[in-house]
Design a protein around this ligand. Structure first.
Ligand code: FES
Ligand SMILES: [Fe+2]
Length: 388
């Protein structure tokens, strides 16, 4: 057998992905090196993360003037701030003097003061102080504001893109806003964000979320409330927009462990949405779950070819968050997330380790992994500039 160094391959050549392009019954998954090579990761950064609408957080996390949080999109630092004029903006988190980050972590500020030479910016990005250095024709404060990043929002859900030519966010989301309207997305408040650093490629987590076959096995002691045969109740749904979506029919809230009670169902829900959970995954890395009384997001933030920070963000309707017993009841939902997600982390780390073989062992999708096949095809669309 010939073992070819993947660094020698032209990874944008569609020929590498001919197996992914086949109908799901005959298809093969993406080659191993798509999950661990620095070269392929660099291709994804250029062709996916610099071009996509990337979900970065929720407005309810920065409700007051001066509130901000920092973030990195595949290593590229940004800061989001609720300006003193009431507008939420995103900026590249790099000083216009010589590039140091002007903000770190999250908090509230009157302004951003760069830690290096103290150039100071208002929360609308305007530079207004350069200590020891006077303005002149070659250095005008008005020319040196923080550089903005394009930001659009769907209700409180904040998305940024580095591509000024990208389609409007609402086109990227396609049918999602319409399909989620009954949940009252405008009322959702983010009540907790928790993160895990996972030694696996980001795509494995996306695929895992969309693979209903693993649930009785990986979550045998926790989530396994449905037998394997009945998991066909998950439907693979085609929709407009850059999303991969399924709906799972079940009783009760998917945000709770079996047997627990929680909040009332959302009053504006109707039809099938009262009897299941809607899972629209916004490409590239935002996995949403809308259930009868709450929603959550698993955000995938790649930190390298074989590592990802996974953020679990919990959301409830604002009215629920105002109840006196909110914290006690919400804890049950958090416990469920904290039990399940680490099990998925183990699964994807296990898979990552198998992908270090120099042969292509992974070779099949089953009929319960059609969403993974759709995702792999989307990846190929992006890295090769072709469509299946
Ligand atoms: S790099 Fe920011 S003030 Fe010099
Ligand atoms: Fe899982």
């Amino acid at each position: 057998m010939n073992y070819i160094a993947h660094s020698a391959l032209d990874m944008s050549d569609p020929a590498h992905y001919a197996g992914v392009r086949k109908p799901v019954e005959q298809a093969t998954p993406l080659p191993n090196w798509c999950y661990n090579s620095a070269e392929f990761y660099a291709l994804e950064v250029e062709r996916i993360f610099k071009k996509a609408w990337n979900y970065v957080g929720h407005a309810s996390s920065i409700p007051a003037a001066g509130d901000f949080f920092t973030h990195e999109i595949t290593g590229m630092p940004i800061v989001l701030v609720h300006g003193h004029d009431g507008t939420i903006r995103a900026f590249h988190n790099a000083c216009r003097h010589r590039g140091a980050p002007v903000a770190s972590g999250a908090g509230n500020c009157r302004h951003f003061s760069c830690p290096y030479h103290s150039w100071t910016y208002a929360t609308d990005g305007a530079l207004f102080a350069t200590p020891l250095i006077d303005e002149d024709d070659n250095l005008r404060h008005a020319d040196l504001g923080l550089l903005p990043v394009r930001l659009e929002r769907w209700h409180g859900f904040l998305f940024v893109t580095f591509d000024d030519g990208a389609m409007p966010l609402m086109d990227w989301l396609g049918d999602l806003p319409e399909n989620c309207a009954g949940y009252g997305p405008e009322t959702m408040v983010c009540t907790r964000r928790v993160s895990w650093d996972v030694a696996a490629n980001w795509k494995l987590h996306f695929e895992n979320f969309n693979d209903s076959l693993h649930i009785p096995f990986i979550h045998g002691g926790t989530l396994n409330r449905q037998k394997v045969s009945s998991r066909k109740r998950s439907t693979h749904e085609e929709m407009r927009g850059q999303c991969i979506t399924h709906f799972t029919a079940h009783e009760g809230s998917r945000g709770l462990m079996n047997g627990q009670t929680g909040f009332e169902p959302i009053g504006t829900l109707s039809g099938r949405y009262l009897q299941g959970t809607y899972y629209p995954c916004i490409l590239p890395g935002t996995m949403m779950a809308w259930t009868i009384d709450c929603m959550w997001i698993f955000e995938l933030h790649p930190t390298g070819p074989a590592s990802v920070r996974v953020v679990g963000a919990s959301f409830f309707p604002e009215a629920a968050t105002q109840r006196n017993d909110f914290d006690a009841i919400a804890e049950r939902y958090y416990e469920r997330m904290d039990a399940i997600l680490p099990e998925d982390n183990v699964a994807v780390e296990m898979q990552q380790s198998g992908f270090r073989t120099p042969v292509q062992a992974a070779s099949k999708f089953t009929h319960m992994e059609t969403l993974c096949h759709a995702f792999d095809n989307w990846i190929v669309d992006q890295v090769t500039d072709t469509k299946c």
